[in-house]
Design a protein around this ligand. Structure first.
Ligand SMILES: NC(=O)C1=CN([C@@H]2O[C@H](COP(=O)(O)OP(=O)(O)OC[C@H]3O[C@@H](n4cnc5c(N)ncnc54)[C@H](OP(=O)(O)O)[C@@H]3O)[C@@H](O)[C@H]2O)C=CC1
Ligand SMILES: O=CC(=O)O
Length: 313
């Protein structure tokens, strides 16, 4: 069995060794331009078109992340890149759920306990206790109730906040109110105090967090974008912050990454920024997952995490 590996920044040698140990029957190699030799599986992040093109014999392509929007964008531009018969898989959880939980719990509790306000008071050497939010009014709305959205819902539920989620199909998550489909989006937004985005980036979700959507949240709501920069219209967020409709935002992802030095988001006192690392690919967990998936595929089973290319996630 032959496996080809390509990632623009990961250390190829440690991935190749790690996969080789997990799959002793396989020969794993780093793909280089011009390598057209046979391969059964490909592990990739934003692969060059020529790496996958013409490989209709592949038994699977594994994306080395949870989101596959980069690969699907390339595929739209170069439909010849991936034969329709080749399944594309993505990482499901592999330790990203816990990382998202950490980020969301830290941020939401900080806003709930008004640490952002106290940080600003500190700049003014101001010793003043502020009125607390009421827990029952601090409704958290999660856009996306998939692997990561449901993880985040579970972790925030234990703090006693009302939790709701919005997805394409209805969900049954204990203690979480499910809204689904375009028809129920307004009901989901109405009464939401903290909006957390964990949607995939698809033609249906691009630009979804715009002025019109933000205006339907509670006045003084908070926004946490953990998914993709393309979901959020940054100028609309800035306008809503200026108008006081949105109190604060925490952003991990941006339309342009790295975020340009000239972006007004950098200097905004009520915007927190992290460099797209809310949940990173953990090599050991990811290799365990991919090795298991390859074994399942070799046994004639279809592993979890198959991307529906038409649906876009
Ligand atoms: N910032 C970071 O470091 C990271 C960001 N991410 C981002 O997080 C995203 C989510 O990951 P994950 O939870 O694993 O993805 P999943 O595919 O498991 O979940 C996606 C959720 O979004 C819902 N959804 C998709 N399209 C729509 C739509 N048009 N309307 C309503 N709901 C919709 C799905 O609904 P349904 O369940 O009904 O299908 C599902 O609940 C990734 O795509 C990636 O972009 C991921 C990892 C790290
Ligand atoms: O943003 C990261 C991912 O895995 O998707």
């Amino acid at each position: 069995m032959d496996i080809i590996f390509y990632h623009p920044s990961f250390k190829a040698a440690s991935w190749i060794n790690g996969l080789q140990q997990r799959l002793p029957q396989a020969t794993v190699r780093q793909w280089q331009p011009g390598d057209n030799a046979a391969a059964d599986y490909a592990l990739v992040r934003t692969p060059p078109v020529e790496m996958l093109q013409g490989r209709s014999d592949l038994k699977g392509v594994f994306a080395l992340g949870a989101g596959v929007d980069d690969i699907l964008t390339q595929l739209k531009q170069h439909p010849e890149m991936l034969s329709e018969s080749v399944p594309l898989f993505r990482l499901e959880d592999t330790g990203m759920g816990l990382q998202m939980q950490e980020y969301a719990v830290y941020t939401v509790l900080g806003w709930f306990r008004r640490f952002d306000d106290y940080q600003q008071q500190k700049q003014q050497t101001l010793w003043q206790s502020l009125k607390n939010y009421r827990r029952q009014d601090f409704t958290i709305g999660i856009l996306g109730a998939g692997v990561l959205g449901s993880n985040v819902a579970q972790s925030l539920k234990v703090w006693g906040f009302p939790i709701r989620c919005w997805s394409r199909s209805p969900k049954q998550i204990d203690g979480v109110t499910s809204y689904y489909g375009a028809d129920q989006l307004s009901d989901f937004l109405s009464g939401t105090q903290v909006l957390i985005n964990l949607l995939p980036n698809t033609p249906q979700t691009v630009g979804i967090i715009n002025r019109q959507l933000l205006s339907q949240l509670n006045s003084g709501a908070f926004v946490l974008n953990l998914a993709r920069g393309a979901h959020l219209v940054e100028e609309d967020l800035l306008a809503a912050l200026e108008a006081g409709e949105i109190k604060a935002a925490a952003l991990d992802v941006f339309v342009q990454e790295p975020l340009p030095e000239t972006s007004p988001l950098w200097s905004h006192p009520r915007v927190a920024i992290t460099p797209h690392n809310a949940a990173v690919t953990l090599p050991e967990e990811a290799m365990d997952y991919i090795a298991k998936s390859i074994q399942q595929r070799e046994a004639g089973e279809m592993p979890e995490g198959r991307v529906d290319i038409v649906r876009g996630y």
